[in-house]
Design a protein around this ligand. Structure first.
Ligand SMILES: Cc1cc2nc3c(=O)[nH]c(=O)nc-3n(C[C@H](O)[C@H](O)[C@H](O)COP(=O)(O)OP(=O)(O)OC[C@H]3O[C@@H](n4cnc5c(N)ncnc54)[C@H](O)[C@@H]3O)c2cc1C
Length: 489
């Protein structure tokens, strides 16, 4: 056993949740130990998630964009693709960010221990170091930020390079001609976008009755229309029931969700991506030894201060529940670090920190992007909440037309209950179009600030921008938009 470490705060896992918690706690004056099993900091998001996928999606988006330039009088040669160099580019992006985190950990004097951690009791964690040695860390407070892993379907061939999760897909080991995406959610469709631009024909199989569940159907419809040429088959209400590795490829059989034969007979694929969700790592850290309750599915329950059932142990990020998103993890991280600092340093204000965000935005970084936040129309309908919509079609946006990308729209949903007297606050919004993800923050802010249509419409947005469409959607709601035909009386 290596010498023991003592600290104020132990943080288990160095994803966006873990490193943010460690850095915030250190900035507030606490002695912090950060335990991470992998050689680099940044967790799923920086190493095998948000960042590498976006590095590849950016390349795909540029390739797709220039491929349409011929009609504008600009012709490029057909691209040649060097997967090794593309992978090197992606790895360089990751390296720059994870290297930056390592440097910032040093600047803050956060002690990073590389190895797999498991609780021994409510105030001690043992770490199995990479060289086989063990180190024990004693702590006053702990923050569990051990994240999640991709679900692996048990009936898919194991150890075959042609069957991957998102992590394997990001390795770019092959350029498949035919690719099956199992699961029509954001992660599967983002990876599908990359591989399709690199030359793959796509099939997608989804158990539910539509792709990208959670987003309003009108937003998804715009994406689906533009992306139809990428797909040979979109199988909805269908499941994959078996898969066999053969020399020609992975042979896959489907069945309708209701057990009847599927519309598509057995198919053979060069690459099968399983993107059917993620499981939290709650059962892999011996949480029970610390007395921390873990649900059957591996989640850890917390209160709004991110405190588990054990008062001095906190949990954040994917491991505490949906939505499994990096920006949620970071905000939860700051709360946990502040509460702990408040308690240990006797700062009443800090110790009252709580996670009280009204809404958390979601983005699919497909092409076009789909972004939404707060109440959706489908949600409002299902829950009987009366809303009124302000919608601005990008076919009337000068910037979208100039960009040659006017397929999108921006919609805002305002409270239309009787109590709102026709001046309801904004409850939700959605954008489909290029850069939708960069703009959804404004709608998120409007919801947080309790803005109404006048607040948003009277805010001067720069022209010509795509962001202007948010102000114009609010004006359309008010019947005051002069960039659209007159509202019908
Ligand atoms: C392909 C893909 C794309 C994504 N894109 C986006 C996106 O665009 N935007 C977005 O917001 N989110 C995205 N996500 C989700 C995002 O990556 C996660 O929500 C986020 O990483 C969760 O952060 P976390 O800190 O909770 O956990 P993680 O990032 O999972 O980090 C947990 C860390 O804990 C470590 N760990 C676990 N157990 C132990 C142990 N016993 N000992 C030591 N270390 C341990 C792990 O090695 C890991 O580094 C994406 C995910 C994937 C897979």
């Amino acid at each position: 056993m290596e010498h023991d470490l003592d600290c104020d705060v132990l943080v288990l896992g160095a994803g966006p949740g873990g490193y943010s918690a460690a850095f915030r706690a250190a900035d507030l004056g606490l002695k912090v130990v950060l335990v991470e099993r992998y050689p680099t900091l940044g967790g799923v998001c920086l190493n095998v998630g948000c960042i590498p996928s976006k590095a590849l999606l950016h390349v795909a988006a540029v390739m797709d964009e220039v491929s349409h330039f011929e009609s504008l009088g600009i012709t490029f040669a057909a691209p040649t693709i060097d997967l090794t160099r593309l992978k090197a580019h992606k790895d360089k992006v990751i390296g720059r960010l994870t290297g930056g985190l390592a440097a910032m950990a040093k600047m803050r004097q956060v002690t990073v221990v590389q190895g797999r951690g498991e609780f021994v009791d409510p105030n001690q964690l043992n770490v199995e170091l990479t060289d086989g040695q063990r180190q024990s860390v004693k702590f006053k407070r702990a923050i569990i930020a051990a994240g999640s892993e991709a679900v692996k379907l048990p009936f898919l061939p194991q150890g075959d390079e042609r069957v991957v999760t998102s992590t394997g897909a990001l390795e770019l080991r092959q350029a498949p001609k035919r690719m099956l995406i199992i699961g029509g959610g954001i992660i599967g469709l983002e990876m599908g976008t990359v591989y399709s631009t690199l030359g793959a024909r796509l099939d997608v199989v989804e158990m539910q009755d539509g792709l990208m569940q959670g987003a309003d159907r009108d937003l998804v419809k715009v994406w689906q229309k533009m992306n139809a040429p990428r797909f040979d088959h979109i199988l909805l209400k269908t499941k994959t029931v078996s898969a066999e590795a053969t020399a020609e490829g992975i042979k896959v059989k489907f069945e309708s969700a209701d057990g009847t034969p599927a519309a598509l007979p057995e198919q053979t694929y060069d690459l099968v991506l399983q993107a059917v969700g993620r499981v939290p790592n709650g059962k892999k850290i011996a949480a029970d030894k610390a007395g921390v309750a873990v649900s059957e599915r591996g989640f850890i329950n917390v209160d709004i201060q991110m405190r588990t059932n054990v008062p001095h142990i906190f949990a954040i990020g994917d491991i505490v529940g949906q939505p499994m998103l990096a920006h949620k993890a970071v905000h939860e991280a700051h709360v946990a670090a502040e509460v702990i600092a408040g308690e240990l340093l006797g700062d009443a204000k800090l110790s009252q920190s709580a996670f009280d965000a009204r809404v958390i935005p979601s983005v699919a970084y497909t092409d076009p992007e789909i972004a939404w936040v707060g109440l959706t129309e489908d949600d409002a309908k299902a829950r009987g909440i009366k809303v009124k919509k302000g919608l601005f079609p990008w076919s009337a946006s000068g910037r979208a037309i100039a960009n040659g990308r006017d397929e999108g729209f921006t919609k805002l949903l305002f409270d239309d209950s009787e109590e709102a007297h026709g001046h309801g606050r904004i409850l939700g919004g959605g954008i489909v179009g290029t850069h939708a993800g960069d703009m959804i923050g404004e709608i998120t802010l409007a919801i947080e600030m309790g803005a109404d249509a006048v607040d948003i419409g009277k805010t001067i947005h720069p022209h010509p921008t795509l962001g202007e469409s948010i102000g114009l959607a609010a004006e359309a709601f008010e019947g005051a938009c002069t960039d659209l035909p007159p509202a019908r009386k």
